[in-house]
Design a protein around this ligand. Structure first.
Ligand code: ZN
Length: 265
């Protein structure tokens, strides 16, 4: 029989190891900072291959959205877990060595929380969030958890080189309308002056509670739930040095129209 003290120290060690893991997971990223790789302008121009791994991304935050190399589906990061929502309707956990051409993550620390008890559409929901923020000039991570009458999502489809521009690639997107579902919207409210770096206004992705369905949220009707926002005043913009990015045309004259068309915003 082992001495009781040895058993106790073993338990102490296990507790310590667990706390380190939890500590690590909940402290990814810098508070108040959004880390973003590449720009939405690069995505519009067909720069669908990036050089940032999911492991690297998750070192900068536990919450966010994006896409995967070859534009292979939508990304949603929640509680430090990176979900890969693919065009064939499947949802799985992204592996650490997958690459992203565009993503933005932050450490989500809710500053403000509002409970929604009446049904509201996307427009009313975003108006409520507009009322929660201090200023339209900062970045806000937005998390909405609740029950929904309807969520209309799209998922971009894997592309093959030579890559078409995003407005063409999204013409072949998979769309789905899910009724009577519970889940989470995760994304950002971005200042208008950032159009082209990110998507100005609201950019939200959805995943259901069972983590089986989701995508880029085009439209929705929410029954009830909770809105939480996490403000950021630091933007860590990490630009790729890939030949595709170096040669991309990042500020076309009609960038606003292209983003609205591609993102349904
Ligand atoms: Zn999206």
């Amino acid at each position: 029989m082992k001495p009781a003290s040895e058993e106790r120290s073993r338990e102490d060690f296990r507790g310590w190891a667990r706390s380190i893991l939890v500590h690590h997971a909940s402290h990814a990223g810098v508070p108040g900072e959004v880390y973003q790789t590449s720009t939405i302008g690069a995505l519009l121009d067909g720069v669908y291959d990036g050089d940032v791994t999911i492991d690297e991304l998750l070192r900068h935050g536990d919450f966010g959205l994006g896409t995967f190399n070859r534009l292979d589906g939508e990304m949603l990061v929640l509680d430090g877990v990176c979900h890969h929502l693919r065009g064939d309707g499947s949802v799985r956990l992204a592996s650490g060595d997958e690459l992203t051409p565009f993503a933005a993550v932050t450490r989500f620390v809710p500053d403000t929380r509002v409970t929604i008890t009446e049904p509201c559409d996307r427009r009313t929901l975003t108006q409520k969030i507009d009322e929660m923020i201090d200023s339209p000039n900062l970045l806000y991570a937005v998390r909405v958890t609740g029950t929904f009458d309807t969520v209309h999502t799209r998922t971009v489809m894997e592309q093959k080189p030579p890559y078409p521009p995003l407005t063409q690639a999204t013409a072949g997107q998979q769309e789905a309308v899910v009724h009577d579902t519970a889940g989470t919207l995760a994304g950002y409210r971005t200042p208008a002056y950032e159009q082209g770096i990110a998507v100005a206004g609201y950019h939200l992705h959805f995943i259901d509670e069972a983590r089986r369905h989701g995508g880029h949220a085009l439209d929705l009707r929410m029954e009830r739930g909770t809105i939480e926002i996490s403000a950021a005043s630091e933007l860590h913009l990490s630009l790729p040095r890939t030949p595709q990015f170096l040669g991309a045309r990042l500020s076309p004259a009609d960038i606003d129209r292209q983003i609205r068309q591609a993102e349904g915003s």
